[in-house]
Design a protein around this ligand. Structure first.
Ligand SMILES: Nc1nc2c(ncn2[C@@H]2O[C@H](COP(=O)(O)OP(=O)(O)OP(=O)(O)O)[C@@H](O)[C@H]2O)c(=O)[nH]1
Ligand SMILES: [Mg+2]
Length: 239
């Protein structure tokens, strides 16, 4: 038993080292990276399709579509206008890890990217334990899943910075209570930024797009300031 615990610890710490390297690469280039996590079918690919449709003219978006099997999601994202899309098939594993991400990263022209969106494997448990070098995790929950899920799968909601409640067009067709799901999620993580959207009707998506653009602007301002400082340091070293 303790051997198994030690092995798990080793795998996670190796993953964290690799994730830190990925994060460093992204930060150096001013790329914002989001890791989308949820149960199967909550609408991760649908949200990415809508995001591409709205923002791909203004932002250079790279996408990694993680799946246990098939390239269905990657194909959908290409059809939605994604120009830099890579499928990442785990072949059985229930989550992406940093090693898998670092395997496909060389396929991207990082200098030509503003935003990297990673769709994780549909699973509300395992992906919470694996840092992929992202800036933040975005957890989706759809209105067909039950409003108690943040309490039952707390790690995912604790480790996410954003919760997107999707399929609000289906509110009223089950006993899902949107006020209760937000209360439950905030009991686990009071700092969660919450969005209520329907990827089917488009309701609520404008706020998500605005938040994303704003996040990019903030990160790129910090990146610009850092680059100025680095250039000033290099100049003074040369003198
Ligand atoms: N009614 C409704 N259906 C939606 C909405 N968003 C997505 N769907 C549908 O839900 C189903 C699953 O959506 P996906 O985007 O494939 O979900 P996913 O999270 O990417 O699924 P996995 O990759 O398999 O985990 C599809 O049939 C979508 O058309 C929504 O806002 N309302
Ligand atoms: Mg998907």
């Amino acid at each position: 038993m303790s051997k198994q615990v030690n092995l798990e610890k080793k795998v996670l710490s190796e993953n964290d080292l690799l994730a830190a390297e990925i994060r460093k690469q992204m930060t150096e280039r001013g790329i914002v990276s989001l890791n989308l996590v949820s149960s199967p079918g909550s609408g991760k690919t649908s949200l990415l399709e809508q995001t591409l449709a709205a923002l791909s003219l203004d932002l250079r978006i790279g996408l990694i579509a993680g799946d246990v099997q098939t390239e269905n999601d990657a194909n959908r994202l290409v059809r939605a206008g994604g120009k830099m899309v890579r499928p990442l098939m785990t072949g059985g594993a229930c989550h992406l890890d940093a090693k898998m991400v670092s395997r496909v990263l060389p396929d991207f022209d990082l200098a030509g990217l503003d935003l990297l969106l990673i769709e994780n494997v549909g699973n509300l448990v395992c992906p919470s334990s694996f840092d992929l070098g992202e800036n933040m995790k975005v957890v989706l929950i759809s209105t067909t899943e039950g409003d108690d899920k943040p309490l039952k799968y707390p790690a995912m909601f604790r480790r996410s910075s954003v919760m997107v409640i999707n399929k609000i067009d289906l509110l009223g067709t089950s006993d899902f209570d949107i006020t209760r799901v937000k209360e439950n999620a905030r009991r686990i993580n009071p700092d969660l930024e919450i969005f209520e959207v329907s990827c089917r009707t488009g309701a609520g998506l404008e706020r998500w797009f605005e938040w994303l653009v704003d996040l990019m602007a903030k990160k790129q301002k910090v990146h610009g300031e850092r680059s100025d400082v680095a250039m000033a340091d290099a100049d003074s070293e040369q003198r």
